[in-house]
Design a protein. Structure first.
Length: 223
């Protein structure tokens, strides 16, 4: 069972998400929050697998709340999907910096939202396809981090194969696509990705994507 907490200051939005998600056999909404402060409190109380987090909320906004959740070692298994009605780069930059595993617009189709919850719960990163590459490249360019020599040392403990896998993760490939590209079994590809989490101290796949750009394994604008 995938457990979910909803954080949105609009009661109607929360009610809609609850009806949608509770209608699935493998998903259960365990908590609701009306602002970022309450979202952090509910996450610590219920430790859900997923928090669906609105950006614009009173007291503490969604990005600040996301940062507090992802920085809490007791919530290492909780993933945050940031939801907003605004397709603005700044929100995605903020979501990535705060450690969000996903970013979705609220106009997403209901079935796609349910799929997104399952994808992130399974450990995949999630950004809407039309935003993923452009926004991550912009994030790295804005931070001035691409290919910094100081970051290169982070890869010293990786094998050549693990570097290959990290590069493909950075390009947005799934485990199945990595397995096909490198002629590996899906289980072997998954094992390589799991080792990258451990060796690089990445919380989730989104963290690996950003690190691939920061270390220069993936260069913006080049495949």
């Amino acid at each position: 069972m995938i457990t979910v907490a909803l954080a949105d200051d609009q009661a109607l939005v929360r009610a809609g998400f609850r009806v949608l998600l509770d209608g699935e056999q493998d998903v259960e909404v365990v908590a609701e929050a009306t602002d970022g402060e309450e979202a952090v409190e509910q996450a610590r109380r219920y430790r859900p697998d997923i928090v669906l987090m609105d950006v614009r909320m009173p007291r503490t906004d969604g990005l600040a709340a996301t940062g507090r959740i992802t920085a809490d070692p007791t919530l290492s298994r909780t993933r945050v999907i940031v939801l907003t009605t605004f397709e603005l780069d700044d929100y995605v930059f903020g979501a990535l910096k705060a450690g969000a595993a996903g970013f979705l617009l609220k106009d997403i189709e209901p079935a796609d939202l349910v799929d997104a919850v399952r994808v992130v719960a399974a450990g995949e990163a999630l950004l809407t396809p039309r935003l993923t590459r452009r926004l991550i490249e912009a994030f790295v360019a804005q931070s001035g981090a691409a290919g910094r020599p100081a970051e290169e040392g982070a890869l010293d403990d990786l094998t050549p194969r693990e570097r290959e896998v990290l590069t493909l993760v950075g390009q947005g490939l799934s485990n199945a696509e990595i397995a096909e590209r490198l002629v590996l079994s899906p289980l072997t590809a998954k094992t390589h990705v799991a080792r990258l989490f451990t060796k690089l101290g990445a919380r989730d796949r989104a963290g690996l994507v950003v690190l691939a750009y920061e270390t220069g394994l993936v260069v913006p604008g080049r495949r």
